[in-house]
Write a protein that binds this ligand. Structure first.
Ligand code: ZN
Ligand code: ZN
Length: 256
């Protein structure tokens, strides 16, 4: 039970909605020696500081036809440059792959895909993060809740690009590039240990109703962003940013 609860906390990170993945079977195999298969948040300091890793490589793998916009990637790159101490630089590699044919997805399927598609792992003083842009939705989506993405391991993220595109096609919705950048920045911030999942709180601001999220108004890490109405509010003026209290947490754990 405790493990179930722990796993639930680890997987609460879905962007639009709290999407706990109780259906995980852990039936995937990744090379554990590289340190890329640890629990979410455990590499926060390694990503933020230059203590163990001086460079970061992000491997972005998109299903053909579902690659993110260039605008979103530029925004994401700026977000990383502003937060991470990586004197050797930040490299973003992008490529496309054929569909897995496994949609709709759960995290177990997403992990299986990672074992097939991911090619870059930590090496020397270079840490790597894997981000998969999927051609489908999460299987738990319904009319009132949809999941935009999840950070599910210490260096692994999935973005449900098909869902993002459907949301952005609403005439009142933010632009696709805004939703993409907000989702990327939000999920990566979970890898950075926000909120209270690997990066210690410097002051109380964790949302007690949605663990791992921030209670500050308009913060990128707000849980309200998880709902379509909240998304409209928070993205109305562009990609939301981290509040000063979240930034203080990151700086205290080695970030800029
Ligand atoms: Zn989240
Ligand atoms: Zn915050």
């Amino acid at each position: 039970m405790q493990i179930t609860k722990f796993l639930s906390i680890l997987f609460f990170v879905s962007f639009l909605v709290v999407g706990c993945s109780d259906d995980d079977e852990n039936n995937f195999v990744l090379d554990t020696e590289t340190g890329n298969t640890k629990a979410l948040g455990t590499s926060a300091n390694d990503l933020l500081s230059d203590t163990n890793f001086r460079g970061l490589t992000v491997e972005i793998i998109s299903v053909e036809g579902f690659a993110p916009t260039t605008t979103a990637i530029n925004s994401f790159r700026n977000f990383l440059e502003d937060r991470l101490n990586k004197p050797d630089g930040i490299t973003i590699n992008q490529r496309t792959v054929p569909s897995s044919g496994l949609a709709p997805f759960n995290i177990s399927k997403i992990r299986q895909i990672e074992t097939v598609e991911r090619t870059l792992f930590n090496e020397g003083d270079e840490i790597t993060v894997y981000i998969y842009f999927a051609d489908g939705s999460n299987e738990t989506d319904n009319n009132s809740k949809v999941i935009l993405g999840s950070a599910y391991l210490n260096t692994s993220i999935v973005i449900y690009e098909k869902t993002l595109r459907e949301l952005s096609s609403n005439p009142l919705a933010p632009m696709l590039s805004t939703i993409e950048a907000a989702t990327l920045n939000h999920e990566f911030s979970h890898l950075l240990g926000l909120v209270n999942i690997g990066t210690p709180l410097q002051s109380p601001h964790e949302d007690s109703l949605s663990l791992g999220h921030c209670s500050s108004e308009n913060c990128l890490m707000r849980a309200a962003i998880e709902f379509e109405s909240g998304m409209m509010d928070l993205m109305g003026n562009g990609v939301p940013t981290l509040c000063p209290i979240c930034l203080a947490d990151l700086r205290a754990n080695g970030g800029k």
